[in-house]
Design a protein around this ligand. Structure first.
Ligand code: ARG
Length: 566
């Protein structure tokens, strides 16, 4: 694809020697509407260099360039030089690129040779995988896909919460009131019940707390029984988590959770001691962070046991040594902001310059709309139930609209789950929001089903036309405004992917594909595609193909399927 910005920069840099090509590229804007051109170059900053009014400069540049194959018009309006790209060259360049690259349209190799770790999801063993976890899971998965698409060498890690004193408590609860069969059959709700019971009983009998601590100590010391039970809790929990990951089509390169670092912490504690970083405080070891405006980081309790933060520090050092990452990304709720700031600082104070390459990508809270959610047991909402319900509801809706659809079950799965994921990725990640079924399953608004339906509609047009789309197209026939708007949008896909990755913000892609779907539907309504004139039909079909492919690639980056019929 011709990089028009770069071409413009090349032309301009011949006339403005005082600025580098990259500086010029930075300054080039995309005007809010196409009457003002496809690209615009503001001249305000040049006033100082040329000692002239910006309007004058713009006028001179515009007049000077005028003659050029790439542009049908270059003109100035006030202090802007507006570039109107030659429509044929533009359409040919953009659509041609999609036709050759297909599934890789929008990808690049800017990340070649750079390793990026994306840690996401990371639920806690024996605890429900609830609606709150969906955010980390789908945002993280999309960030991974974005970096992968840009050619980075990616590693996905599920930092399972599988260690800590709560497992001592759970062992005690199971030994007292547990039933093996019940745990096997319905692991997480049963383990959760045992955990709740432990706390109820411990109110009456505080000795249980000591017992819990003792069993965790046993686990840390490698006691056989403690290890066997813990291992079993972990296994049955993972089996349940994996059901959800399978529904979402997500897998991880590593499931090294907190327990993985248990034997790696002593070395890290020793390093901190040697660097004189630890201070005693009521028998515990802390790193004082007052100087940096933060409360102290508690690294080791007075009984010698380690903490969540100790494991995070150890994990980061392990990851650097094991993977030698370029970036180490953590997709974790904003409630943990302080936690991450604290331990990033501790790693920095240990002298690791790569502390700056550890990145916390926070996201806001999800709350549930009053009365929307039925729950299986108690107050917790299980993610699996949310996904299942979305699929059921979708099946009903599809059944009403298109009862003869083959594969209705598979499609309902793709659309129902896609709807939940799309909704999750619609807003800026940092924003808190309320989950609503109506919004999620509306097929008409700016939703997943709407975008998927647009894609399926494009597929259907291409199927019916029964012609092979190749690059042998008379692009001059695509000159109407709707067509050009769509081409302009498609052209922005590669830059959109880069921006979304750079900002760790999948919603940029979500909003972009809604724009593409809307532009496609405008074009489709106003320009009949199956027409007498075979050349015109072919040109329009090529554009339909390019839009379809762009939507499909965009959905893929969000972790959403693009069914061809629905
Ligand atoms: N297990 C934690 C939770 O559910 C999230 C872990 C986040 N990752 C990390 N490296 N601390 O809250």
């Amino acid at each position: 694809m011709i990089d028009f910005k770069r071409e413009i920069a090349k032309i301009l840099s011949q006339r403005i020697e005082e600025l580098t090509k990259d500086e010029i590229i930075e300054m080039i804007e995309i005007p809010p509407n196409s009457q003002m051109g496809d690209f615009a170059f503001p001249c305000f900053k040049l006033a100082k260099i040329f000692r002239k009014a910006p309007n004058m400069i713009a006028q001179e540049i515009a007049e000077d360039i005028k003659e050029n194959d790439l542009f049908e018009k270059v003109e100035n309006v006030a202090a802007y030089v507006n570039f109107f790209i030659d429509k044929v060259t533009f359409a040919k360049s953009v659509i041609g690129e999609v036709l050759t690259k297909k599934d890789t349209f929008g990808s690049s190799n800017i990340g070649e040779g750079k390793k990026v770790i994306v840690e996401f999801s990371s639920p806690n063993i024996a605890k429900p995988f609830h609606i709150g976890h969906i955010r980390s899971t789908v945002i993280g998965n999309s960030i991974y896909k974005l970096y992968d698409f840009l050619g980075y060498d990616t590693i996905t890690i599920n930092h399972l919460g599988d260690y800590g004193t709560q497992f001592g408590k759970l062992i005690v609860a199971y030994k007292n009131w547990g039933d093996e069969k019940e745990v096997e059959e319905n692991p997480i709700p049963t383990l959760l019940k045992l955990y709740i019971r432990f706390h109820e009983e411990a109110e009456k009998n505080p000795e249980l707390e000591d017992e819990g601590r003792m069993w965790f100590k046993k686990l840390e010391d490698g006691d056989e029984e403690a290890k066997r039970l813990w291992q079993w809790f972990r296994e049955v929990s993972l089996k349940e988590f994996n059901r959800v990951y399978n529904m979402l089509n997500i897998s991880f390169d590593s499931y090294a959770g907190e327990s993985f670092y248990s034997d790696k912490m002593p070395r890290v504690l020793k390093m901190m001691e040697e660097k004189n970083m630890l201070k005693k405080s009521k028998g515990a070891d802390i790193v004082d962070l007052e100087e940096y405006g933060m409360p102290p980081a508690l690294i080791r309790k007075s009984d010698g046991s380690t903490l969540y933060i100790t494991r995070d520090i150890t994990a980061a050092i392990y990851r650097k040594e094991h993977y030698d990452f370029y970036k180490n990304i953590y997709v974790v709720a904003s409630q943990q902001n302080l936690h991450f700031q604290q331990w990033f600082k501790v790693v920095e104070l240990m002298g690791y310059e790569w502390a700056k390459d550890c990145i916390h990508v926070p996201f806001g809270l999800v709350s549930l709309e009053e009365g929307t959610m039925s729950t299986r047991k108690g107050r917790v909402v299980f993610l699996e139930d949310v996904l299942k319900k979305a699929v059921e509801k979708t099946k009903e809706i599809i059944g009403e609209k298109n009862a003869n659809l083959e594969n209705i079950d598979e499609t309902a799965k793709q659309v129902g789950i896609g709807a939940v994921v799309f909704q999750e990725l619609s807003n800026n990640r940092i924003k808190d929001y309320t989950f609503s079924w109506d919004r999620t399953l509306n097929f008409d608004g700016e939703t997943g089903p709407y975008v998927q339906y647009t894609h399926a509609r494009a597929c259907s047009v291409l199927r019916k036309a029964q012609v092979t789309i190749d690059e042998n197209v008379d692009y001059g026939l695509l000159s109407n405004e709707d067509a050009m708007d769509l081409v302009r949008l498609i052209q922005m896909f590669p830059a959109t992917v880069e921006e979304a990755a750079r900002k760790y913000e999948p919603s940029i892609v979500t909003r972009y594909i809604v724009d593409v779907a809307q532009a496609f539907n405008r074009f489709y309504h106003n320009s009949p595609i199956i027409v007498e004139d075979k050349e015109l039909q072919k040109a329009r079909l090529a554009l339909v193909y390019a839009a379809k492919q762009t939507i499909k690639n965009g959905l893929g980056l969000l972790g959403i399927a693009a069914p061809e019929r629905m």
